[in-house]
Design a protein around this ligand. Structure first.
Ligand code: NDP
Length: 250
């Protein structure tokens, strides 16, 4: 699965669109013809994306929103319903790392923030747009996971637990919708040259990693009408569909 899908006429909501992998997914989806609803907190990053999308002849709607503003997320589904009456694609990409530290030393504030953004925020968004996605002709939901959701890796505690939680939530959501047109899948992007990766691995040479654009190019095809899989994880580094992503390198 490598070719860019035709997303003309599609409406796609992408969270974490102000930088990194989400920015590139939003840009590439807009280039493929989608109208992108771009969600993040940093207005400057969203405006930069908007400029890039416009330069490519595409269209975006910017939604500066903190995913811990749960009532705001609830309202977003209503606003999309009112303005467009549908949503074809959801990319639940936004996430925070917290700190890389032993479980027993994690600060409560950091743990709570990681859970609020990665788990509760994502779930509230799923709940907010679920009716719109289910009524779309070929709804596609892509939830960004991580290999640490599937294999215990020392010091990644809060983040890993949050990804495991959202992973199962997406799989259950997929099981509940197995008979409909909506396809719901997870993605393990693999190590990618972003702010989050640099925060997690400060000693690593970023030039050795794929760029966000390279990673996004392998994720965007999962929004295509030809995707039949649901409830699985697409592993970007190997380009294969899996029940469970391979363990992260030590
Ligand atoms: P970045 O840190 O570069 O980007 C994270 C994005 O999430 C930003 O756009 C940020 O926007 C948004 N975000 C964070 N907190 C909030 C919030 N409270 N409300 C709204 N938006 C928020 O990370 P990556 O691009 O690396 O990560 C994207 C996804 O990929 C994440 O889910 C991550 O866990 C996953 N991943 C990344 C890997 C990598 O190697 N990079 C590997 C495996 C998984 P803003 O700050 O403007 O709100």
């Amino acid at each position: 699965m490598t070719s860019m899908p035709d997303l003309n006429g599609k409406l796609a909501l992408v969270t974490g669109a102000s930088r990194g992998i989400g920015y590139e997914i939003a840009l590439q989806m807009a280039r493929a013809g989608a109208h992108v609803i771009a969600v993040a907190r940093t207005v400057g990053g969203l405006e930069e994306l908007d400029d890039a999308i416009k330069a490519a002849g595409g269209e975006a709607t910017l939604v500066p929103l903190d995913l811990t503003d749960f009532e705001g997320i609830d309202r977003l589904g209503g606003v999309i319903a009112e303005r467009w009456g549908r949503l074809d694609i959801l990319v639940a990409n936004a996430g925070v790392l917290g700190t890389i530290t032993p479980v027993a030393q994690m600060k409560a504030k950091t743990f709570d923030e990681v859970m609020a953004v990665n788990v509760t925020g994502t779930w509230r968004l799923i709940r907010s747009v679920d009716p719109l996605l289910r009524s779309a002709e070929a709804g596609r939901a892509i939830v960004i996971s991580s290999s640490v959701a599937h294999k215990a890796k020392s010091y990644w505690g809060g983040y890993a637990a949050s990804k495991a939680a959202i992973d199962m939530l997406a799989r259950v959501w997929a099981a509940e919708n197995a008979k409909g047109a909506l396809r719901i899948n997870l993605v393990n992007p693999g190590p990618t040259r972003t702010h989050m990766r640099a925060q997690a691995m400060p000693g690593e040479n970023p030039d050795t990693l794929p760029t966000p654009a390279q990673t996004a190019a392998k994720i965007v095809p999962l929004a295509g009408a030809d995707v039949t899989q649901t409830g699985l994880i697409f592993d970007v580094p190997t380009g294969s569909w899996m029940d469970v992503a391979p363990p992260a390198p030590a």
